[in-house]
Design a binder for this molecule. Sequence first.
Ligand SMILES: C[S@@+](CC[C@H](N)C(=O)[O-])C[C@H]1O[C@@H](n2cnc3c(N)ncnc32)[C@H](O)[C@@H]1O
Length: 200
Amino acid sequence: MADHGEVFTPAWMVEAMLDLVKEESERIDSRVLEPACGAGNFLIPVLVRKLATVQYRYGRNEFEKRHHALFALMCTYGIELLPDNAQDCRDKLAFVFNGFLGVDTSDEWARSARTVLAANIVQGDALTMNDPAGLPIAFPEWGYLGKGKFQRRDFRYDSLTQRASFEGTLFGELDHEDLFTPVKTYPLMTVGQIAEQVNL
Ligand SMILES: C[S@@+](CC[C@H](N)C(=O)[O-])C[C@H]1O[C@@H](n2cnc3c(N)ncnc32)[C@H](O)[C@@H]1O
């Protein structure tokens, strides 16, 4: 415990801290990164807040509700040094997401959430910005384009941190597109296609 600073923030304090950025924490498309996310003590309440907004905006339209719930998850990111904590974080976020949609773990929405979480909750060192193999951490920038289509482009974390210093946010809108080239660009995907990638 002492080796890795595994001291976890109590729920009341997390809520009080998130209230300081209340609007951002409730916005579906605000991209939130916790660089030492542990088992998700911050990320879980962030997802809960985003999903409350999804329910409020899209609760009466099941298609839009499901797609925007997945997009809310897509905007939730973490880095965690220890593999068991990282997996715990993914599992807890998946539990919240599946519960919100009322699906079990074999459902395509749950499988697509696992694909997203495998990419968004990265095991690695937030200080060196490398994964356990010593390779640079990369994060997907997901977009929901409407009509059931998602876009994904992966960027190196070290270049995103430079980008944040330009724009003030992790994936800010830019004129400097040439400076920040994705390491991978995917074709547009449906939820079914994202679910198919679950074991890749
Ligand atoms: C103090 S806990 C906090 C967890 C969570 N943020 C919370 O407040 O409950 C710190 C977590 O960061 C992880 N950690 C420590 N050094 C790290 C590093 N360089 N990069 C990523 N994670 C790290 C630890 O494994 C631990 O799970």
